[in-house]
Ligand binder design. Structure first.
Ligand SMILES: O=P(O)(O)OC[C@H]1O[C@](O)(COP(=O)(O)O)[C@@H](O)[C@@H]1O
Ligand SMILES: [Mg+2]
Ligand SMILES: [Mg+2]
Length: 334
């Protein structure tokens, strides 16, 4: 069977050996993500038809108005991961604190925790623009059989055993790594199978697309302002093209395929940046590095940052290696 026609299930089984960390449990965990993504995809695709768009009427711990689809996606991923009794804890953008999943079978003590942004790109929901889901998986660091604790979640990104995203776009794709490269699977909604449509995804080392919300330009650090001006100069490969979808997953996915850089710098409105380290920046950084890309806060490798809080935010620069290094050069020199 050609690689392209391989389904996710077959791919995981066939590549059991090549996945550095894949155990039966991790495969089952990834399969439960796959299942939840199918359920959320079904809802995303009919959001305009049913009462699932618009605000849910609550605000999350981030102080953001929760959208109905944020809440729905959060419930589905937590439900699926809990029911399958695979993880010992879950942290979510939409939950104030982490959730402890008590193992129903005393002898079966789950060793993984999952951190998740159940619905990324919330501002796009009501305007029919692509959104995503982002997830990150760690082995717990506290002893099996004891209740999961905050330290199981506050691990550096370099300790991740798996990370991935779902992009609900013109097609729905599950893209993930277990530390052995990045593979992209496209969902065939008619039969509910994922096909290995993008084996071994790699960031082009260079690119000519930059993604940043230029509405905050006046407020950016000088180094970012100078890098944006560098992108806009008419010299050699420049000016670059500016593309900003307003959904990290979608901007990242396009940049990984075409080459490009995504930046969410700090500003007075977001003094530490907007994106969350644990369930947005770390998983995307793991995928980026596994795909020959790069991710930093402008100075420090994202996956080396020692987390201190569940919902902490960091400035985020991610994408084609040479572009990220050029932006870091401007940050260092200004
Ligand atoms: O609207 P802004 O400030 O440019 O922020 C857009 C960014 O915020 C996000 O929507 C944050 O993610 P959430 O939607 O999960 O909160 C990113 O997906 C996106 O890149
Ligand atoms: Mg997000
Ligand atoms: Mg979100």
């Amino acid at each position: 069977m050609s690689k392209r026609n391989q389904t996710l299930g077959e791919f995981i089984i066939e590549n059991q050996t090549s996945f550095k960390y894949t155990s039966g449990e991790l495969s089952r965990l990834l399969n439960s993500i796959r299942l939840a993504a199918k359920v959320v995809n079904h809802e995303v695709n009919k959001a305009g038809l049913v009462d699932i768009i618009g605000a849910a009427g609550d605000t999350n711990i981030q102080g953001e108005d929760q959208q109905k689809l944020d809440v729905y996606a959060n419930e589905k991923f937590i439900q699926t991961l809990t029911k399958r009794n695979i993880v010992c804890g879950i942290a979510s953008e939409e939950e104030d604190d982490f959730i402890t999943i008590n193992s129903q079978d005393e002898n079966h003590q789950n060793k993984y925790v999952v951190l998740i942004d159940p619905l990324d790109g919330s501002s796009n929901i009501d305007v029919n623009v692509s959104v995503g889901t982002i997830f990150s998986v760690y082995r717990r660091v506290t002893p099996l059989g004891t209740p999961v604790s905050l330290e199981d979640f506050l691990q550096k990104g370099s300790a991740q055993v798996a990370a991935g995203y779902v992009v609900y776009g013109t097609s729905t794709m599950l893209v993930y790594t277990t530390g052995d490269g990045v593979n992209g699977f496209t969902l065939n909604p008619a039969i509910g199978s994922y096909y290995l449509s993008h084996p071994n995804m790699q960031f082009p080392e260079d690119g000519n697309i930059y993604s940043v919300n230029e509405g905050n330009y006046l407020d950016f650090p000088l180094g970012i302002k100078k890098y944006i001006k560098y992108c806009q100069e008419d010299e050699g490969e420049r000016p670059y093209t500016s593309r900003y979808i307003g959904s990290l997953v979608s901007d990242f996915h396009r940049n990984m395929i075409k080459g490009g850089i995504y930046m969410y710098p700090k500003s007075s409105k977001n003094p530490k940046g907007k994106l969350r380290l644990l369930y947005e920046c770390n998983p995307m950084a793991f995928i980026a590095e596994q795909a020959n890309g790069k991710a930093s806060d402008g100075y420090t490798r994202i996956m080396d940052i020692e987390p201190t809080e569940l919902h902490e935010r960091v400035p985020f620069i991610c994408g084609s290696k040479n572009m990220v290094e050029k932006a870091e050069e401007f940050m260092r020199n200004n």
